[in-house]
Design a protein. Structure first.
Lengths: 587, 122
């Protein structure tokens, strides 16, 4: 069995394919007998194909001689073209004839004639020319939008100029609407176009003086100088559609990503509003869309001239809108980038300044420390010099001539010591030292200070203070710090709220102070380590709180103890010593 | 006669304090560092200690803690060129903190006050 189609079948297919052609095509013998005719040929001659086949071309075309008048000496391989006006019946058909000459296997010659409609060809050429012009226009637009480094407002203006300029898309008016993410609306931004025919004529006259080149125009023309756009800008400011209004003609156009041509017949949601705003029935809406999504729409109309918006206009409006959208997006991104670069630069500058300040402070601090050390180191020799000068002064007789010298040394040393004192010692008053105070007063003061923290933690502080007449020898500020720390821990041990008992008892050797909570108590491992530096069970703790408390109590001659109570909860306690004098008095 | 132990690593200052304290009628002994001072506290039973803070080896703050561990009734005066140690609570258990001065009257007054108090106590 053969794996190839039969020649007879292919012959039939070739015949069929020619017959089916919409172009007027014939196969004619050397004597101009029509051997085969296409559907297009049947239409041209207003006869059926079967009817055509077998007829002589001379009988079909009145001025057949025009075809036969081929002066070519030899037919080129690709055939040749000729423009002819063929008379068919009463009509004249302007055609472009393509003639190809072939020989069959036996050397018998025949022709294939194709008759193209010249009018259709001319229209196609005109369309091609127009397209080429628009493409060159788009190229200029693209150069202007991307090449000229325009700011965002300039880009928006340029887009509108290109839409309305005579060298551009030639719409009468153009409106630009952008998505406002904050208000979730599509909002009118800027517009261009005259408000009346008179104004239009004046503008068009003025424009004659403007540069002819669209690129020039887009990059140099200043919209703000034009007062004529007031009316359209009033209109554009009124244009505002909720993004959620998905059926609205403008929102639809934006999300469909296809240009919409609105004519008198259309009735879609929101259209009445838009018509009222614009004052026209016919207009075109082009979506501004980038790869990242829809950013707005362009609306164009011919409100003044009343000219029809053609399919070609729409086609280019679509292309133009795509380009504009990308230009707007890129300009936005550029501005955002510029802003970020500026922010970054500011941050860098700030960091540099901070670093310098830090460095200066560090230097000052080092200088301060150094001078403090030097001053301190001077103190010891000064004490020796001054001390012995005083001794000397004391030992010298009243009339000894050296007395005066010893006196001078004493005074000068005192002066130096005063300088050092003023430099280093004035900050620390004597009150840092221990005093004899009432422990209950300290406890009451702490309770007062902790009230806000207690309230926040919904914890009640029960004050069980029974050492009101007792006195202790301590550093009140530090004991306050210890109590505050213990109470804070107790609050944190009861995250759901609860109660803390702060108690004082007068004992023989001093005053016992206790802070007890109703929390879960101290786990064994915690109890072992809680006084170690940097040990903490809190996520934000330093691990130094209890360590410092324990050391403060130790410095007061006591021990800070933490234990679990039989009835539940943890209890911290310490004893503050009585003043030594008081101890003596008590005995 | 009360015995006063002076712990200071500056020889001139030791001499000055000895001179002044003897003139005031006290018996004195001196230690040139903290370790020696601690030894004398145990062996010589002073009635009062004048302790410098900044010394080579063990400093006066640690020496103070150890002295109090041995005998917390023994009066200790911290006598230092550095006023900033007042901020360190470990120095608060001393009976007095005096900044060194060529005018020894404050030191002498404090010595007398503490010894008088001690005398009454015992």
């Amino acid at each position: 069995m053969s794996t190839r189609p039969t020649n007879a079948y292919l012959d039939a297919l070739a015949r069929q394919s020619l017959a089916a052609s919409n172009l007027a095509q014939f196969i004619v013998a050397a004597d101009w007998t029509v051997m085969l005719a296409s559907n297009g040929a049947a239409r041209l001659f207003r006869r059926s194909r079967e009817n055509l086949e077998g007829l002589l071309l001379t009988s079909l075309i009145d001025n057949f001689s025009a075809i036969a008048e081929c002066r070519a000496t030899g037919c080129p391989h690709e055939g040749c073209y000729r423009q002819l006006d063929l008379k068919i019946g009463a009509a004249t058909a302007a055609v472009e004839m393509h003639c190809e000459k072939y020989n069959d296997a036996a050397g018998v010659s025949f022709r294939k004639l194709t008759l193209h409609d010249a009018a259709a060809l001319a229209a196609r050429d005109a369309l091609r020319t127009a397209r080429l012009a628009k493409l060159s226009l788009l190229n200029q637009v693209s150069e202007a939008l991307y090449g000229a480094q325009l700011s965002l407002p300039q880009v928006l203006e340029s887009v509108l100029i290109a839409m309305t300029a005579g060298q551009g898309l030639r719409f009468n008016r153009a409106f630009l609407l952008l998505v406002d993410e904050r208000s979730r609306t599509l909002r009118g931004e800027i517009a261009i176009g005259p408000s009346s025919r008179e104004e239009a004529e004046r503008i068009w006259r003025d424009l004659a003086d403007q540069p002819n080149d669209l690129y020039e125009m887009m990059t140099s023309y200043d919209l703000s100088l034009r007062e004529t756009d007031v009316a359209v800008n009033d209109i554009v400011r009124r244009l505002k559609v909720d993004l959620a209004d998905e059926d609205h003609v403008l929102i639809q156009a934006m999300y469909s990503r296809r240009v919409v041509h609105v004519t008198e017949k259309d009735t879609s949601p929101g259209l009445a509003d838009v018509r009222r705003w614009l004052g026209v029935d016919r207009f075109a809406v082009a979506p501004l869309a980038t790869r990242r999504g829809a950013i707005g729409v362009l609306i164009a109309d011919n409100a003044i001239s009343g000219l029809e918006i053609t399919d070609l206009d729409l086609e280019f409006l679509q292309l133009f809108a795509n380009q504009s959208a990308n230009a707007i997006e890129s300009s936005r991104l550029t501005e955002e980038l510029a802003r970020k670069v500026l922010d970054l630069r500011k941050a860098q500058q700030k960091q540099k300044e901070d670093q310098q300040t830090l460095l200066r402070m560090e230097r000052l601090s080092v200088m301060g420390e150094t001078s403090a050390i030097v001053a301190h180191e001077l103190r010891n020799p000064l004490v020796a010099i001054g001390g012995f000068a005083r001794a000397l002064l004391r030992n010298l007789e009243q009339d000894d001539p050296n007395r005066q010298f010893a006196q001078i040394i004493t005074e000068e040393v005192s002066r130096l010591e005063r300088i050092i004192h003023d430099l280093l010692d004035f900050i620390r008053p004597q009150k840092m030292m221990r005093r004899v105070v009432s422990p209950d007063q300290i406890a009451v003061e702490v309770a007062r200070k902790m009230q806000p923290a207690l309230e926040r933690g919904a914890v009640e502080l029960v004050q069980d203070l029974q050492a009101s007449t007792a006195e202790v020898h301590c550093h009140p500020g530090e004991i306050q710090q210890v109590l505050q720390n213990l109470i804070l821990n107790a609050i944190q041990a009861q995250p759901e709220g609860g109660r803390i008992r702060l108690s004082s008892r007068s004992l023989e050797g001093g005053v016992l102070i206790q802070v007890a909570d109703h929390g879960p108590g101290l786990p064994k491992d915690v109890a072992e380590k809680m006084f170690s530096p940097f040990y903490t069970t809190k996520s934000a703790g330093s691990g130094l709180g209890l360590t410092i408390c324990a050391q403060i109590i130790k410095a007061h001659g006591g021990v800070l103890r933490g234990e679990n109570l039989a009835e539940g909860g943890a209890c911290f306690s310490f004893i503050l010593p009585r003043p030594k004098v008081e101890t003596e008095n008590g005995e | 006669m009360a015995k006063i132990l002076i712990v200071d690593d500056e020889p001139h200052l030791r001499l000055l304090y000895e001179t002044e304290l003897r003139r005031a009628g006290y018996q004195t002994m001196t230690a040139t560092n903290a370790e020696q001072g601690l030894e004398y506290v145990q062996t010589m039973q002073p009635d009062l200690v004048i302790l410098d803070i900044r010394m080579a080896g063990m400093d006066g703050i640690e020496a103070l803690q150890r002295i109090l561990d041995m005998d917390n009734t023994l009066p200790v005066i911290l006598n230092t060129a550095y006023s900033s140690y007042r901020e360190n609570y470990l120095t608060w258990s001393a009976d007095a903190y005096i900044t060194k001065s060529s005018d020894t009257n404050e030191l002498l007054a404090k010595v007398k006050e503490l010894l008088d108090a001690k005398m009454v106590e015992s």
